[in-house]
Design a binder for this molecule. Sequence first.
Ligand SMILES: [Cu+2]
Length: 333
Amino acid sequence: MNLLNLLALPQSGAETFWFPSQASTGASRVDDLFYFIFYVSLFAFIAIVVATIIFSLKYSRSRVGIEPEDSPHHSTKIEIVWSVIPALFMVAMFWYGFKDYVDRRNPPADSYQIEAISQKWSWTFNYPNGAITTGGNPAIDEGEGLVVPVNKPVVIRLESTDVLHSFFVPAFRAKMDAVPGRYNYVWFEATEIGEFPLYCAEYCGSKHSRMLATVKVVSQEDFDTWVVAAADDSDLSPEERGKKLFGAKGCIACHSVSGVAGIGPALDSLYGKEETLVDGTKVAVDDNYIRESLLDPQAKVVEGYANVPMTSFAGQLDDDDISAIIAYLKSLN
Ligand SMILES: [Cu+2]
């Protein structure tokens, strides 16, 4: 690798040693601030190290034999100069950092909102019209990833069902934690059509490195066609439809399917199991038990969950939906 790349400034947003090419409106501001701080620090570092070396050679007692003589040990003039000049640079760093931070935290009013739910070790993306995509651990899931329109501000509302994850798209310079138990958000406006890697940037367990998805940026026209087609689930199998509903109806916010209990019990390898209820009785998990869990969750409450009520989905899920969810839960065994 050419070491000079370390010093390269981005040329019209192209890839550098430090950054991938710029693919969002906010990217150049992040980069400009980074390079400003980097070059100021580099200048100060070199100036201090070079001066240290020159002076220690020039005035070395053992080498040159110069005896120390009385000299002024305080100069107000010099002290003011070396306090005020760096302070001005720091005020500039703070000012631009603060401005960009405020900008990063305030999505434009006409933003398109997509919900991203993270779980070990994948993402579920819910679009406003009911379309759902997934992305992440390729061993489990060959999801399509996040799809967004170009030149349109997009707010990603971040949730986590289990542990801390972090939504990170280097090409957009967009990075924000997904925190269990609260909502967070990040926004960006993509400026280039293409596919960009989406990483989880918070160590979240053994398959963290495979929590790797893509963001596909398409034209607004393509997006509009795609999102309508993606919401149409008439050609899905019951299992696939169940999986979609599981994300879309928010089950995934309380139930993981990775064996980790969240607000509610993990639902993988649930079907057919013997469940212990709060009053100590045991019931077999079958179609009717699951149906009842959805329509009248308080009828049979799982041991250990007496204080965390699940809300009823009566009126939100029709019989077809319930069958699809049952098919999906069965497929997780
Ligand atoms: Cu993660």
